[in-house]
Ligand binder design. Structure first.
Ligand code: ZN
Ligand code: MN
Length: 151
């Protein structure tokens, strides 16, 4: 195997070993020790090649940074609005919607994606904590006799 295909293989193996839908930078950080002459641009170039070859998919959450998935089977994603975490959803793929639209439009539909957004379990706790802290501060201020807001 030549050097270029070794690099691509290493990226693919790394992507297949994680379910974190990493960024190119994350991959670069992990591979730079074993491949010191590989730069971030090389990682990006290889990811695009792998994507075009159908070996990985590029995930498009409402996120400015491209994220990649080593699992190319059709599945749905959840993206956390707060921390950007992308989770695979253990939910059957709705082939009915594809059939329905294909029948109605005559389009040959091969795939579809679904991305749900909101707060992950960790971030729900953080938001709850933030609410509680705000409430406590408000109560303390009120107890001291000071109004928080002038009316
Ligand atoms: Zn989160
Ligand atoms: Mn995924």
């Amino acid at each position: 195997m030549n050097r270029k295909s070794k690099q691509r293989e290493a990226i693919l193996n790394l992507l297949r070993s994680t379910s974190s839908h990493p960024t190119a930078e994350w991959i670069y950080e992990r591979l730079k020790t074993e491949m010191p002459n590989v730069g971030l641009a090389t990682i990006y170039r290889n990811l695009r090649l792998l994507r075009d070859a159908g070996e990985v998919t590029e995930v498009h959450p409402s996120n400015p940074t491209a994220r990649f998935d080593g699992n190319t089977s059709m599945h749905y994603h959840f993206c956390c609005d707060r921390c950007g975490k992308i989770l695979d959803l253990d939910e059957p793929v709705d082939t009915e919607i594809q059939n329905r639209i294909a029948t109605r439009t005559g389009l040959k539909i091969r795939r579809h994606s679904l991305e749900l957004g909101g707060l992950c379990l960790d971030c729900q706790t953080v938001e709850d904590d933030a609410d509680i802290t705000a409430e406590r501060q408000h109560n303390e201020a009120t107890r001291k006799g000071g109004a928080l807001w002038q009316t």
